[in-house]
Design a protein around this ligand. Structure first.
Ligand code: ASP
Length: 410
């Protein structure tokens, strides 16, 4: 019997998106938005609940495991540290670019207030000053941090557990194994939640459009444009410039050489799935094989500059939707939490949006606001994955050159 060909997830999501907009518009114009509120939105709420449920274990475990794997980086020697420093610096720059472009769009009045539902509007009284924020980062009770999803506290707990496991040496090995295995388990649960996303995309999009009208599509298109401007600025000014300055590869050659991986990442929306292609591109561009074989998998796990740009742009947008202007202190919190969130993002489709919940939580923005952009996440994801992979390739070229210089000096 001939087997029916199943539609892939990207196609399912795009169809769900289009259907959601159509159903939303029909309900809006026929004044039946309450249908979407009563029957479709609850399904969307289930997805947001799942997202909230998974974010704490994912952040905790992926961070702890990241720190444990730093123990191995020591073995790789100086190339390991250079890689991590390159990753961290470029990610922090990505956050600043994301915030700058987002703030520019916001300043131009292109990000309007969208009153999603009561309670989703930010309460100014909840804003804290910098010292309070600093003190509150340190948990007095681990379980309270988990149960209230206080992400900054969860990160601190992860740092302590990771450092503790490393410090315990041989005796910490069992704990490390357990944590790594739990990390695998929760990553699988996350993948499962992501495969359900077409239902979430359809119900959310239908509800948002039915209750907000077609006008909401304009700001959504603008925030996507804003993220892509951020991606392009980062690719041109950070990657091609660093590849030119440190690895002496011209921007034209760099993008040409990396194009196969970039296109693959754009369509697959997974850095991990793109690994074989990015290895080929990096090696052809002149990266040393022993280095790229360690830098690219590490990059696909912790280096997510596209995700960082997206998280910052989305945070500025959703803050604006709540009528909230980010203060300088809050921007610093966004840079720190988006850097950490992007490090904690798995290199699989849609993971960056789940970690966006962490950035929003750290600012006190209701996670429910994600509903506004939930439906179009795939469009953000294509660009951010493309940038993520490009960054890993640029890094492997730069580190190759630095190591060459070091050896020549010897
Ligand atoms: N899809 C991205 C990647 O694999 C992660 C993300 O969702 O931001 O690199």
């Amino acid at each position: 019997m001939e087997k029916k060909k199943k539609l892939g997830l990207p196609a399912q999501i795009l169809i769900a998106l289009a259907l959601g907009i159509v159903v939303g518009l029909i309900c809006y114009f026929t004044n039946t938005a309450s249908f979407t509120t009563n029957y479709l939105k609850p399904l969307g709420t289930i997805f947001i609940n799942l997202l909230k449920f998974i974010v704490v274990p994912i952040v905790l475990l992926s961070m702890v495991c990241g720190i444990i794997s730093m123990g191995d980086i020591k073995k790789v020697g100086s190339a390991g540290w250079k890689t991590v420093v390159y990753f961290l610096c470029t990610t922090a720059i990505a956050c600043v670019i994301g915030l700058a472009v987002g703030s520019l769009f916001d300043g131009l009045g292109w990000f309007p207030t969208i009153a999603l539902q009561e309670g989703a509007v930010w309460d100014k009284a909840t804003s804290a000053n910098f010292m309070d924020t600093l003190v509150n980062i340190f948990p007095s009770n681990m379980w309270t941090a988990f149960s209230t999803a206080n992400m900054l506290q969860v990160i601190v707990i992860a740092l302590f557990i990771g450092a503790g496991v490393l410090a315990a040496g041989e005796k910490g090995k069992k704990a490390a194994e357990l944590l790594e295995s739990l990390n695998e388990v929760f990553s699988k649960i996350m993948e499962f939640i992501i495969t359900l996303s077409p239902i979430g995309v359809f119900t959310m999009m239908a509800w948002v459009v039915a209750t907000q009208g077609a006008d909401v599509l304009g700001p959504i298109a603008l925030v996507i444009l804003c993220a892509y401007i951020g991606y392009i600025i980062h690719a041109v000014f950070v990657y091609s410039v660093s590849a030119k300055a440190f690895a002496h590869v011209s921007p034209k050659d760099f993008f040409k050489g990396a194009s196969a991986a970039m296109i693959f990442a754009f369509t697959s929306t997974s850095s991990v799935a793109t690994l074989p292609v990015s290895r080929e591109c990096a090696d052809k561009l002149g990266a040393r094989e022993d280095l790229s074989s360690f830098i690219l998998p590490l990059g696909a796990t912790i280096n997510m500059d596209g995700t960082a740009v997206y998280q910052c742009v989305a945070t500025v947008f959703l803050a604006a939707c709540c009528g909230m202007d980010l203060s300088l202190g809050q921007m610093v919190i966004v840079v720190v939490s988006a850097t950490l969130a992007s490090i904690g993002t798995a290199g699989v489709s849609g993971a960056g949006m789940i970690m966006l919940a962490m950035v929003l939580e750290s600012l006190g923005i209701p996670v429910e606001m994600i509903m506004i952009i939930y439906g179009v996440d795939r469009l953000f994801d294509m660009g951010r994955t493309c940038l993520n992979v490009t960054g890993d390739i640029a890094c492997s070229l730069c580190v190759t050159e630095w190591e060459k210089k070091k050896e020549a000096a010897k």
